[in-house]
Design a protein. Sequence first.
Length: 255
Amino acid sequence: MITPPPGAGKNLAPKIDGVPNHVAIIMDGNGRWANSRGLPRTEGHRAGEYALMDTIAGALEIGVKHLTVYAFSTENWKRSPKEVSFLMGYSRDVLRRRRDELNEWGVGIHWWGRRPRLWKSVIDELEVAQELTASNSKLHFNMAVNYGGRAEIADAMRQIAGEVAEGSLKPKGITEDTVRRRLYAPDSPDVDLLIRTGGEQRISNFLLWQCAYAEFAFNPVPWPEYGREELWNDILSFTGRERRFGGAIDKVAPQ
């Protein structure tokens, strides 16, 4: 199925003030969507490709600058070997099919995650896509593949511990910024809006550091049925929230 490019949707993107700079999405509900239709879970993942491309197009249209999706977690290795094998091969093939299209849209593709256990063919496709789109900046599209929030923080701690041991970093000099600069993508801004599709209400070890002050949207729509208009609705809801980042204003009701 061919994905409509940005600007080709049936409805034009709404004019919204305060569009989030960084949106993260947990693409959940694929398996349940497929099973409810008498299909194997893998067909749900397959159907999610169009939803992903349409969501990317919608992010471009409305002005989101950073979009991060949870493609495969460090915990997903616990799934059946058949499903893991499908997800690895499918992630590789989607990148191969879609990288030129995303490059034409001005999207920069980036990979966040660990190398160990990840198929070499998947790593190769991720790196080719990164290199191809390195100069694009309309939208930074981050694929979290073999990613876990705790793993990312543990990897940063391991690097800091090594630098302390070799004497290039003093323990008293460790700050939040010290940790941030050792995350997988230190230059990426914190998440403003985290969306989870499929009806579940948890963050599942995703972007634990980056979501410190994120707003959450738990959308009941399963990922294969998500798209640009669902994204716009979630963003519209986000713009109506008051973000205080730990601060507060005393608003005493008039007597």
